[in-house]
Design a protein around this ligand. Structure first.
Ligand code: GAR
Length: 192
């Protein structure tokens, strides 16, 4: 059985989409994989309740309790490695990761970002897309490398930007697509 560990910081809707898809498609039987744990850097991340209710192990590691980014990432890796992950899935995990962490999971670490990378890496993605007058927006699933929001692209989804959009409306339209492409890409990644 291959183990998936999902990292979240907040709502966890992408994590929930992956969990629901894994249940619906019976990944344990069809992919030979299961979601072993959901880890958050925030104790109040809403997604933790959903994961626990599904019987998935949940862990919280508060980054504020560590003296440095390096110390947090080392402890985070120790926590994740308790579940012997074949794949670590960043799903709204809002932390910049150290090169040591990224290297440790080289080839088994993926992220979703709410833009058509390489456009608009970083934060305030939708605000910047609107300010630039972008006519299309979207989401990207990519392998994680040491450079923030870069790395080989695995999947993208495109949505139109509508004249009436504010950042929240655009984010919601993009998020709907994230929920489709992320579970599909996780499955494909495990089967490749
Ligand atoms: C998603 O839109 C995801 O793409 C984004 O945060 C949101 C998390 O939502 N991630 C990033 O911006 C990472 N740079 P969720 O917690 O409901 O899945």
């Amino acid at each position: 059985m291959r183990n998936i560990v999902i990292l979240i910081s907040g709502g966890g809707s992408n994590m929930a989409a992956i969990v629901k898809t894994a249940q619906r498609e019976r990944w344990e039987a069809t992919v030979g994989a299961h979601i072993a744990a959901v880890v958050s850097n925030k104790a109040d991340a809403k997604g933790l309740q959903f994961a626990a209710a599904q019987g998935i192990a949940t862990r919280v590691l508060d980054h504020k309790a560590f003296v440095s980014r390096e110390a947090f990432d080392a402890a985070l890796a120790d926590c994740i490695d308790e579940y012997s992950p074949n794949l670590v899935v960043l799903a709204g995990f809002m932390r910049i990761l150290t090169p040591a962490f990224v290297n440790h999971y080289a080839g088994r670490l993926i992220n979703i970002h709410p833009s058509l990378l390489p456009a608009f890496p970083g934060l305030q993605t939708h605000e910047r897309a609107l300010a630039a007058g972008a006519k299309f927006a979207g989401a990207t699933v990519h392998e994680v490398t040491a450079e923030l929001d870069h790395g080989p692209i695995l999947a993208q989804a495109v949505v139109p930007v509508l004249p009436s959009d504010d950042a929240a409306a655009l984010a919601a339209r993009v998020l709907t697509q994230e929920h489709l492409i992320y579970p599909r890409t996780v499955r494909e990644f495990l089967l490749r």
